[in-house]
Design a protein around this ligand. Structure first.
Ligand SMILES: *Cc1c(COP(=O)(O)O)cnc(C)c1O
Length: 359
């Protein structure tokens, strides 16, 4: 049977990192530390209160949550943000999809610098936005000259800059962001999914100067809330208004809004895991290096290691030893490389022991 799927989707593959709960899962950059019993108890109480009015639609504008997110961003960046400048959705993937819906679409192109996050081209495809890719340098950095030349050449409606970049961990300096904003007539999205691990200055500090700059963030990584599905964005109020044109009504459930606010009330506890995660990442960097392999310099909770002649085989051999990493080697510019994220101390030890057996 041939389904009448859109022509431009035929032959495309869905996003699909393996989910193998029986393995030590170091393949999707999650924070390995679960929430505390105190946080879970607060969550249960708040969700049960919210449950009492589930017959009603939730706050369509999620104002309470957006206010909390604005306060958090102000706290970590020093930039005063109003609730009108902050937007939230079910994961930053949904935020980015809304950006493609509002600013992309047929006849427009989005630009990315590969290797980078594999969802950016998929979100472009799903919204019928053209995709153009330029390349990072051999060391995976992105220079101002390359970035600006690409913007001039392609005149993209949307430019994606990811920092720290996934899957390479590479930081892009703010002067590159500034130059890309100045060269662009379209919107510029800085995807800061891993910002809390990097400790670098956020592109949020550039918002005042650049009205078409959008900074996306997520509670999935440093905030240890991957299961929560909450992503957010800071931009001008006009950008947020444009996203409200394409969002589904009541896109954020009352339970999601409640749970995210409880998590934000526990910000110190949740972000308290960041140093522990970075310490395990640094153990990985040292341990992998000691085996004579290369680790790409990283500012995130994961790292790219290799290069391997047979990365798929190494991936399988690690899985045979109970450790699941990410085989990114079929991605553009990534031949030979595998990605792994920091785990708990025990998980990190298990990974390093498994890798040492293969060396
Ligand atoms: C993990 C990740 C996201 C986050 O996705 P969510 O939908 O918020 O879970 C966004 N961008 C990049 C680059 C990522 O690696």
């Amino acid at each position: 049977m041939t389904l009448p799927v859109r022509d431009d989707l035929v032959g495309k593959k869905p996003y699909g990192a393996p989910q193998l709960p029986e393995a030590i899962q170091l393949n999707v950059n999650e924070n390995p530390y679960p929430p505390s019993a105190a946080l879970v108890a607060d969550l249960a109480r708040a969700v049960s209160e919210a449950g009492a009015s589930l017959n009603r639609y939730p706050d369509r504008e999620a104002l309470g949550l957006r206010l909390d997110l604005a306060a958090y961003l102000t706290r970590v960046t020093g930039v005063a943000l109003s609730v009108e400048q902050v937007w939230a959705a079910n994961g930053s993937n949904e935020v980015l999809q809304q950006v493609c819906q509002a600013f992309g679409g047929p006849g427009r192109v989005a630009l990315g610098f590969e290797p980078s996050y594999s969802m950016h081209p998929l979100l472009a495809a799903g919204t019928n936005t053209g995709w153009v890719a330029e390349h990072r340098a051999a060391d995976f950095t992105l220079s101002l000259e390359v970035a600006v030349a690409a913007v001039r050449r392609h005149q993209p409606a949307i430019t994606f800059l990811t920092t720290p970049n996934n899957p390479t961990g590479t930081v892009t300096a703010l002067d590159v962001v500034t130059a890309v904003c100045e060269a662009s007539t379209g919107v510029v999205v800085v995807d800061e999914a891993y910002a809390e691990f990097g400790g670098t200055v956020s592109a949020v500090t550039l918002l005042d100067a650049h009205p078409r700059l959008l900074v996306s963030r997520t509670m999935s990584k440093a905030f240890a809330g991957a299961g929560l599905r909450l992503g957010y964005l800071a931009a001008s109020a006009e950008v947020v208004d444009a996203l409200r044109l394409v969002r589904l009504p009541y896109h954020l459930s009352a339970l999601t809004q409640t749970a995210a606010r409880v998590a934000l009330a526990h910000t110190d506890e949740l972000l308290g895991t960041v140093e522990a995660v970075k310490a395990q990442r640094d153990r990985m960097v040292a341990g992998i290096g000691a085996l004579g392999l290369t680790v790409v310099p990283t500012a995130a909770n994961f790292l790219l290691f290799g290069p391997f002649e047979q990365p798929a085989q190494v991936w399988q051999q690690l899985l045979d030893r109970g450790v699941l990493v990410r085989d990114v080697s079929s991605g553009p510019g990534l031949a030979g490389w595998l990605r792994v994220n920091a785990g708990t101390e025990d998980e990190t030890s298990a990974f390093l022991a498994a890798l040492a057996e293969l060396a």
